[in-house]
Design a protein around this ligand. Sequence first.
Ligand code: ADP
Length: 431
Amino acid sequence: MTTMAGLTLVSLLLASDSVVRNSAMDQLSQTVRSNLLAVDIQDGSLQVGEEFTYYQSGVYTLIYSQEEALLAGQVPVSFTASEPFQNGVTRLVTTDQDNYYVLDLWYAKDWDTGVWVRGLIEAPQRDQTIQNLLSLAAIVLPGFILLSALGGYWIVKRAFRPLEEITATAQAISEGADLAARIEKRRGSKEFARLTDAFNQMFERLERSFEAEKRFTADASHELRTPVSIIKGACEYAEKFDESPEERAETIAMIHRQALRMSGLITQLLSMTRLDQGTEGASLAETDLSTLVRTVCREQTYPPEDLIVDVEEGLTVQGSAPLLTQLLQNLIDNGFKYGREKGQVWVSAHRQGDEIQLCVRDNGIGIPKDQQDKIWQRFYQVDPSRPHASGAGLGLSMVQKIAQAHGGYMTVDSVPDLGSQFTLHLPAKNI
Ligand code: ADP
């Protein structure tokens, strides 16, 4: 701002200096020319009309003889130069004290008689102009700089207010005060809007991962409590009573079963947490679903004649092979777990319009109508005392999460005592 003000000052100075000089020269030329009209020579003697002005508006007019002797008018005291006469040329004459613009005009009466009319005007002092402007600047500039500094501070403060809000929210979150806090989106600069979005997305992810961690801790401690207390009770019993080798083997087998259950639970809970955080979603790739389904079914330990597979060729989806394998495995396990004695499970995969459908059907015990939309909830079990209900109610909630991570969804169709059909609907890749 100060540089700009300085530059403006210099250009003003130059412009005003040239304006002043031009107007002085105009004044000189006009006065001398009008005075020339009032000069005459009658019978060899000089006649000066009444309208002749010897001094007007800073212009001195003098009359000199042909021999350059002063006939009329008064030379200003500071004009000390002896300047030779030149007809019609305005020039700057520098003297010891002052500078003058000088204009001489020759008044010719006849061929060899005439007089010189000389005009003098003090040239405006450049130093003086500069001086005047500088004193003006000394008064105006500090005020101007102060004003622009205050204005600039106000504008910058206003423009950066959203940044202060972002900082305050980030601080509140980092101090653990409020993880659900979001920065309010204001109208205005696009850059700030983008920054706000980026921060809000980051807060969202932070909140989600914090929530997932909290839920994992709660679920894990809740679910692990049962096997841990069984193991504790078994150990206490074994310590207190002198068990026979058969009883001891049974206790060890029970501890082993509970340990396996705990390890399975932890694995399931960890996968759920990872899915909750959405980290698996990033690893989706083109996957040959037909081959995947056939491979998973071939590797099952269930009697092959009870697992009937019908898969269309060349079904491709955008997916994660480990997650889809886990989904199918959970559905097949449930099909047998909640199946009837010597029951069967049918696995099929087909293209249906814009989607690919993977179905797992059984002829088992089925699910009552009023419970069908609850089975997807974490830890929900239709009836924990059902035969083979060895799980923890996490399988289907994981199945649904996997479907959603693939941009798909799950449906269930079930009739008690007849059987159930679970269907995964996925958007087809190559239609
Ligand atoms: P779990 O590990 O207890 O089997 P799931 O989430 O896999 O948990 O299933 C939730 C509930 O849904 C189970 O308790 C079970 O009663 C019911 N269920 C799941 N699959 C079937 C099926 N194929 N037939 C009948 N009931 C089922």
